[in-house]
Design a protein. Structure first.
Length: 301
């Protein structure tokens, strides 16, 4: 969850007795309104963002130019997984304390990051099978299935399986993070618990259950959401929450479908590098509804 922490002191930060805003004004005045061009060390920009470190992380193993796009695009996705996870966790935390407007705001913010995530497929969406084949063997058993950033997102959505922690058993910090997520209510669980507290007919078995288990759809939960949709006035905060959750879910499904198409285009029905049957595995995942009752109710109202 997002939290307020003390930032590490930047070596370029002004002395404490001089306010940051005053320092900026003084600097602009002394520069005559032009940007500073002289620094004793690396630029503050590179220092703050860790640009040198970031750019050192692209290490293609072949001479195939498409490999760079594949690496950079995938690394961009990993960064966005973290950002989306933070926003979903903030939304979940808001729901647990009955702050629906706050939760909706975080979900909308997450959707913007999800849009960028989905667009990142375009970085290598036109890769041909011959280009992919020229570097595929270089990454061995590496597979997106092994992404713990993506796994954290799936756990937050309510798609939980303890077996999915096993690939990371040698990474104690990752195991701890995934275990904490699997043992806590998901984003959707938090929404259902809110509905339960508001007196809607969410069963006790959905509001308080074994959080480590994969979420199973419920007719009672669908009826509860149907009651929410019966009042679609802008002032109904639960209706706004429902639609914000659908926005999130739609983007998750779109990401899965884009993944499926990208794999189909570059390698067809070949087995996946991580041991799966490739397309069939991705197709099954793409068919799963995120927040299922929010979709099934549309066939009845």
């Amino acid at each position: 969850m997002l939290s307020t922490t003390s930032a590490q002191q930047c070596p370029y930060a002004p002395a404490q007795e001089v306010g940051a805003a005053e320092a900026r004004a003084t600097r602009a005045e002394s520069n005559g309104g032009k940007p500073t061009l002289s620094f004793d060390r690396t630029t503050p920009y590179a220092d703050y963002l860790g640009v040198d470190t970031l750019l050192s992380l692209q290490n293609p193993r072949t001479q195939e130019p498409a490999e760079s796009a594949f690496i950079i695009g995938t690394q961009v996705m990993e960064l966005l997984f973290t950002l989306i996870q933070e926003r979903w966790e903030a939304a979940r935390g808001a729901l647990e304390v009955d702050d629906v407007p706050g939760a909706v705001a975080w979900l909308r913010s997450a959707c913007k990051a999800q849009d960028v995530l989905n667009s990142s497929w375009e970085l290598f969406g036109d890769m041909t099978p011959t280009q992919f084949n020229r570097f595929r063997d270089s990454f061995g058993e590496a597979s997106g299935f092994q992404s713990y950033g993506y796994r954290k997102m799936e756990f937050l959505l309510g798609h939980k399986s303890a077996a999915m922690i096993r690939p990371h058993k040698a990474m104690s910090g990752v195991v701890d993070d995934l275990t904490a997520l699997i043992e806590r209510p998901s984003l959707y669980d938090a929404a259902l618990r809110l509905l339960h507290r508001r007196g809607l007919p969410v069963p006790d078995s959905s509001a308080d259950r074994d959080w480590t288990r994969d979420y199973e759809p419920s007719d009672e939960v669908e009826r509860a959401w149907t009651e929410v949709y019966a009042d679609d006035r802008p002032g109904n905060d639960l209706y706004l929450l429902a639609e914000a959750l659908v926005d999130v879910a739609e983007r998750v499904t779109r990401w899965r479908q884009l993944h499926l198409v990208a794999v189909k285009r570059t390698m067809g029905g070949k087995p996946g590098s991580g041991g799966s049957n490739g397309l069939n595995w991705l197709a099954r995942n793409a068919e799963k509804d995120v927040f299922p009752e929010l979709w099934s109710l549309r066939s009845t109202i």
